[in-house]
Design a protein around this ligand. Structure first.
Ligand code: UD1
Length: 419
């Protein structure tokens, strides 16, 4: 079992370089299935989720190879359209191959997806989109089968909720459909804009990403291209909150400050000093900060993927905060772990009330219950008195590149221990 051991009460100082965004790279890898030509992805982050996506692609006959941080994907000879259950259940994002595979081969059999246990996470909106575009869909024995006679047909599709994955899956499928697809109430996340930039480089005609109406004019075929994904705004946000909570002074390098607005705004409200540059952000904190209320929302609202990290910081704030989770219904599993560290938190339905007190946290043995919960515990451990041991580190490795190295370079005492 792998553990992270952290000595508390360290002030982060220095420069941290952010990696490319996991949530941009995963759909982009899936999108390569739309062409028969080779694509090259540069500066690909060395993450467990990327490895899983690579295995998913490999399982259907895609030639996919990694040389350092360059990923070459050649989907010229797809052999199958039934990726194995063992891979799909490991990671929800693997479901993003459904749209491109359906558009390219006309047939897919795929198991219901898995991933972090942060709610029931249905895929009804993805399927509703494919069905509207003319695919026949059947569900049984934990599998979904989708088939289309000829090409998918462009349609107007209204999403009941601006789901990131459904927007991406439908958008990718629509690139090779006959006619025009309009996605209404689409998700507006920066990773969707990055995916559209990749698709458009391939020759697709996608307009309107970054707004809630996306228009895709189907084309006959797409070409192989190369691309570098955008910086990871959640990794950047995690370091910003860690710097703020630990009373640090950190330059977060390789970020798009515009993507960080919801986080920057909350940190400023906490009384943390923020300086924005073209591609970096400096976070300076005395370690004494105000409580804030947060409600998670689809972009440009406050990201659900930063909720746990902010809660960890709020435990040591001056005053009471309320955090309301509106995106996922079961994303409070970190609360029990934070309570082990001495945090005072009560849950009322989808809201958590955090009674912040500077110096309240003490080092304890805790468990990462999901990816972002793991990051939250690391942030809490920096503020805690004594030693913290985080187990189930594999959750953290899914989405953070060498987390202990990056934190150590900032002066944190973080050690990875294999038992
Ligand atoms: C993506 C991100 C994830 C982030 C989430 C919300 C990737 C690889 N993952 O996940 O890190 O936490 O966006 O910002 O980009 N829903 C339905 N029906 C559907 C699809 C979704 O009801 O068909 C619901 C979900 O249960 C959830 C909400 O919509 O309550 C948001 O989910 P969605 O935006 O789809 O998240 P993901 O794409 O899975």
């Amino acid at each position: 079992m792998t553990k992270l051991v952290i000595e508390g009460k360290t002030r982060l100082q220095g420069v941290v370089k952010i990696s490319t965004a996991k949530n941009a790279i995963l759909p982009i890898i899936a999108a390569t299935l739309l062409t028969g030509e080779e694509c090259q992805l540069d500066e690909v982050s060395d993450l467990e989720d990327v490895k899983t996506m690579k295995e998913v692609m490999d399982s259907i006959g895609v030639d996919i190879n990694c040389d350092k941080d360059k990923l070459t994907v050649n989907p010229g000879k797809i052999k199958g359209n039934e990726p194995p259950y063992e891979l799909i259940r490991k990671m929800r994002a693997s479901f993003l191959i459904m749209g491109p595979l359906l558009a390219r081969t006309g047939k897919v059999k795929i198991s219901l997806p898995g991933g972090c246990a942060i709610g029931s996470r249905p895929i009804d909106l993805h399927l509703k989109g494919f069905a509207a575009m003319g695919a026949s869909i059947s569900l049984g024995h934990g599998y979904i089968e989708a088939q289309t006679q000829g090409r998918l047909q462009g349609k107007s599709i209204y999403l009941d909720f601006p789901s990131v994955g459904a927007t991406e899956n439908i958008m990718m499928a629509a690139c090779l459909a006959d006619g025009i697809t309009i996605i209404e109430n689409a998700a507006e996340e920066p990773e969707i804009v990055d995916l559209a930039n990749f698709l458009n480089k391939m020759g697709a005609k996608v307009r309107g990403t970054g707004t809630d109406i996306i228009r895709i004019e189907g084309v006959k075929e797409l070409n192989g291209v190369s691309h570098t994904a955008i910086p990871d705004r959640i990794e950047a946000g995690s370091f910003m909150v860690a710097a703020a909570a630990s009373g640090g002074d950190v330059l977060i390098d390789y970020v798009i400050p515009d993507h960080m607005r919801p986080i920057t705004a909350k940190l400023k409200e906490m009384g943390v000093h923020i300086e924005e540059y073209e591609r970096s952000i400096r976070v300076k904190s005395t370690g004494i900060f105000n409580s804030v209320d947060i409600k998670t929302l689809p972009y440009p609202g406050f990201p659900t993927d930063m909720q746990a990290q902010m809660m960890a910081a709020m435990c040591s704030a001056e005053g009471t905060s309320m955090i309301t989770e509106t995106v996922f219904e079961n994303r409070f599993m970190h609360i029990d772990e934070l309570k082990r560290m001495g945090a005072k938190i009560k849950v009322h339905g989808r809201s958590a009330i955090i009674e912040g007190t500077p110096g309240i946290l003490t080092g304890s043995k805790v468990k990462a219950t999901d990816l972002r919960a793991g990051a939250a515990l690391l942030i809490a451990s920096l503020c805690a008195e004594g030693q913290t041991e985080i187990s189930d580190v594999y959750h953290i490795d899914r989405g953070y590149v060498s987390i202990e190295d990056k934190f150590s370079k900032l002066g944190a005492k973080v050690y990875r221990i294999e038992e």
